[in-house]
Design a protein around this ligand. Structure first.
Ligand SMILES: C[S@@+](CC[C@H](N)C(=O)[O-])C[C@H]1O[C@@H](n2cnc3c(N)ncnc32)[C@H](O)[C@@H]1O
Length: 289
C-alpha cells in the first residue's frame, strides 16, 4: 500500500520528541501496571511509522511506540484525520482487539466518540498524547479530556502530554495583519478558549517584551490554564528547536505525584539518544531566554 505520506518523513528533532514520549510511556506503563484498566489516547496518530529524512532509516511513530509499552495498555484510542494515513495505521497495527482507530478531526471525535459510552473507559488510568502540526487542539477538547476520568478512590485526571506550538503556529498567527486577521484570531480563540490571549499580547507589547519574554509569557499562560483545570503538576519543557529556530514546547499535566516525578526525570535527564543510523543527530538545545 502506498499513499506517499507513509511512513511519515521526519527530521531528527521530531525523533527527539518521540524519545521523550517513549521514555515516559515505558515508565508510565510500569508505574500504572497495578491499575486494572490503562488507556492511551493518541489524538494525532499518523500511520505509526516514520522515516528519517537524512538517512532513510525507519522508526516507530507514537502509536506503535505506545503499542510496544510493557505491560501493554488495556485500551488504545488512535485518531487520524487523513483517510489514507488512517488505513496505513490500521495495516501497521494489525489485528488487536484493544485498539480503536477513529478517522476524523480529533476535536469532534473526542467529543462524540472517545469520551462517550463504548469509548475510553472513565475508570482507566489514562494518558493522552496531543501531537498537532499547528493549532488544531481546541481548548474545549483539553477541558473535556481533563473532566473525563472518574476515579473516586483517588480523584485522578487523565494525564496529558501536549505539543504546545507557540513558535511554530501561535506566534505566527498573532502577527497576521490585514484581511486574514479575523480568521487568525478565530483560530487563536479556539486554541486558547477565548480572547484573553489578546490581552496577554497587548500587555507584552506595552512592556516592549523581547521574543523570549513573550514566549515565556505565553507558555506560562497555557500552564496556568491547565492548572485552572485542576492539574496539580504542569511541566513545560522547551522550546525544542529545528536546526535554526524554536518550534514548540512539550507540556505535561498530571495530578499524580508519581507521573510528575517520572516526567520531570525524563525532561531533565538529557537522555536524548543517538537515533539509529542518523549521523549528526543532536540532542535538544535549551534556549538562553
Ligand atoms: C505531527 S503528525 C503526528 C505524528 C505522530 N504522533 C507520530 O509520532 O508518529 C500529525 C498527524 O495528525 C493528523 N491530523 C492533522 N489534523 C488533525 C486533526 N484535527 N485531527 C486528527 N488528526 C489530525 C495529520 O494527518 C498527521 O498524520
Amino acid at each position: 500500500m502506498t499513499c506517499g505520506k507513509c511512513p511519515r518523513p521526519i527530521h531528527h528533532w521530531t525523533a527527539l520528541k518521540l524519545e521523550y514520549l517513549d521514555l515516559y510511556l515505558q515508565a508510565y506503563a510500569t508505574a500504572a501496571k497495578s491499575a486494572m484498566k490503562r488507556a492511551y489516547l493518541d489524538a494525532f496518530s499518523s500511520c505509526g511509522r516514520c522515516v528519517l529524512r537524512k538517512s532513510g532509516v525507519e522508526i516507530d511513530g507514537s502509536a506503535l511506540r505506545a503499542l510496544r509499552a510493557v505491560p501493554a495498555f488495556t485500551e488504545y484510542h488512535f485518531i487520524e484525520i487523513d483517510a489514507d494515513v488512517a488505513d496505513h495505521l490500521r495495516a501497521n497495527v494489525g489485528d488487536n482487539a484493544s485498539v480503536q482507530i477513529y478517522r476524523g478531526d480529533c476535536n469532534e471525535v473526542i467529543r462524540t466518540r472517545v469520551l462517550q459510552r463504548g469509548g475510553l473507559s472513565k475508570r482507566a488510568a489514562s494518558l493522552a498524547f496531543l501531537d498537532p502540526t499547528g493549532l488544531q487542539v481546541h481548548w474545549s477538547t483539553v477541558e473535556a479530556l481533563s473532566r473525563h476520568r472518574i476515579d473516586p478512590a483517588r480523584g485522578r485526571k487523565m494525564e496529558l502530554l501536549i505539543l504546545y506550538p507557540y513558535d511554530m503556529a501561535a506566534k505566527r498567527l498573532m502577527a497576521v495583519k490585514g484581511r486574514d486577521r479575523t480568521s487568525a484570531e478565530l483560530r487563536l480563540d479556539a486554541f486558547f478558549g477565548g480572547r484573553e490571549w489578546a490581552d496577554e499580547l497587548r500587555q507584552s507589547q506595552l512592556k516592549d517584551e523581547t521574543d523570549g519574554e513573550r514566549r515565556v509569557r505565553f507558555v506560562d499562560y497555557y500552564v496556568r490554564k491547565l492548572q485552572g483545570l485542576g492539574y496539580k503538576y504542569v511541566l513545560a519543557h522547551g522550546p525544542l528547536y529545528n536546526r535554526h529556530r524554536p518550534l514548540y514546547h512539550l507540556i505535561f499535566a498530571s495530578d499524580d505525584e508519581v507521573g510528575e516525578r517520572i516526567m520531570r526525570s525524563v525532561m531533565d535527564s538529557g537522555k536524548a539518544r543517538w537515533i539509529e543510523g542518523e549521523m549528526g543527530y543532536q540532542p535538544v538545545q535549551r534556549p538562553l531566554l
